[in-house]
Write a protein that binds this ligand. Sequence first.
Ligand code: GLC
Length: 741
Amino acid sequence: MKDTKIIELLNEMTIDEKIGQMVQVAGDIFLSDNIDVSTGPLKNLELSNEMLYNVGSVLNIIGAERVRKVQDEYLSKNRLKIPLLFMDDIINGYKIAFPIPIAQGCSWNTEVIKTIARISAVESNIAGANVNFSPMVDLSRDARWGRVMESVGGEDPLLGAIYARATVEAYQGKDISKLGNVASCVKHIAAYGAVEGGRDYNTVDMSEREFRQYYLPAYKSAIEANAELIMTSFNILNGIPATVNKALIQNLIRKELNFKGLIISDYGAIEETIAHGVSKDEKEAALKAIEAGVDIDMMSKIYANFLKELCLENKEIENKVNESVLRILKLKNRLGLFENPYGNSDVKKEKIYLMNEQNLKKAKELTQETFVLLKNKNNILPFNKNKNIALIGPYIDNIAITGSWCMFSDKSKCTTILDAFKKKVDNEKLFYAKGSEILRQDEINSILKADGLPTINIKNESEEEERLIEEAKDIAKKSDVILLALGEHYKQSGEACSRSNISLPENQIRLINELNKLHIPMVMILFNGRPLQLNNIEDKLDGILEVWFPGTMGAEAITEMILGEVNPSGKLTMSFPQNVGQCPIYYNHYNTGRPHIDDLRYVSRYQDIPTESFYPFGFGLSYCNFKYKSLKLDKKEIKKNDIITATLEIENQSNNEGYEVIQLYIQDLYASVVRPVKELKEFKKVYFKPNETKIVEFKINVEMLKFWNENLHYKAEEGDFKVFIGSDSVNTLEDTFVYYD
Ligand code: GLC
């Protein structure tokens, strides 16, 4: 429809119809089956029927048939036949569950991010999704926060920015109305990953410089990639809830970043400004949100019940409503919904495309790039197929490995590690025991209760625990090597899953300790959505493979890697702390005036643990052995437009082929404000044949030296710089150069 027609439509609308467009409800309200896919506190919004058939969009209704049914039901009663928008949480895939976003980021390969986003977009678009609430690009430094699992860039602003752009472009393509494209909603703006104490929904307070240096780049990159929507976050930012924060939304997002798209609140966040204590009542919550510029009120009744009164009192508010509704109608128009309210939903195409073999095969390859090999003592991995292998742990015969945001995934193609091994190894040589539950019943029951779900009851739990351990020890004694599959419960990771203890559960640690007494080589596959504390078990393990929550093809992907059919290449995007007391910990920290260089007392350190992380940002091993040597800079001084070429030699000292992620970091040794000890500026994922040596080249330019200075200008300052190039943020070769203004 021409934009002129949109204006005419807007002029035809009553104030109730306009306000309706600014309300989003859970779409199952239109369906008698009322399947609840709520992702927040369950709410009955008590909207009038008239308002209900004027709402502008629905949340988490997907499936071509369901979408068409809801659209038909809605349009049958909507006076002007303005189609609903369907917005969904396709966080790591729709029917095919891909690795959780933190895992995807560990691939250090934008092609992995793009391909996952493309397949997810096509699957969800033919199932009726118009908008995808993704990417989540909140910089995340605190493993206590359950939502680090969604943070595709982890603790690094550059990774976050690169992955944000890649995801938005892969979702939206050139035209969001075309088959397989969805509008992207980048979230959560802003700085949600900095919640105090890692406690979800908590307070965020930081300097503008800290925000601009670390938290803003990924959001900015998504907006520059033309993300159609942004979602405001639950947290306050510097004293004002993000959702009603004019400085954030109006001054930064709208004016400075020139964002023209839609702004949607997070689930009930407008109403929550009352609990925050900045809105004295629901009417003021509506006023503050519309004045801040929120276009859509997700799952609260604030706009529905109070915007009309505010419009009648103040023409200016009605003008803002008109601006919001125009943005909403234009998005629907760009999606082609006025011509075809069903969008690209197609029941026949669903049957052909969803979960197709080609995409499943691709998913397995992509998944393998997200795994991070953390330990491989004496090259215990890959396993020799002729050995007797004990498969032990609650994740060996378990398909609950898709993570907490895969509400829609089809588990029919999920296999288990046990079954995957049975297909690959002589079954005479395989021995399986569960070894332990994931959690003890008091732990899982507190989680189930919080979700309003029935609790479990294991009779004689401690005897059962002993039995499982003895059974595991018995089969281990028949084996040459033990493969453990342990980790977090998927309901311990994701939204509202902050934890004050990030160690493996006690029952799993007991299993490790008991098996350790047998002195049989042991490898652990780790399932988790956050960096965990491993310093209390690492010395008992000969190998550790971090697989996060790997999704539909996880078991096959893991099995092939353990058996050496594919070589690990992933690198951590979040530092693993020594223990929870070290959170938040991140590589790009400041030096302080008393850096910890030795164990003298008066330096910045903890008395009771090492100061460095347990596993550093950028860390990941391979079945290859990469040797870095002869770093050279072609010049040691640069001015404004100069470029330094850094070259180094990397030798694969192994008979295996594989990829290495070579990382370039820079340190500004002296500036008008403190600068981090190092910052990632570039990386390359390079393939090596067995025993191959390659010369790898990086270009260093002045843009890499810029930062937010004491006057909040983004500039480089002349002075001395250090270059680090290596296999992670710690193991690097170094050199220096000088920059002159
Ligand atoms: C949730 C999450 C947000 C999600 C939204 C819709 O509370 O914070 O990431 O997209 O609600 O489910």
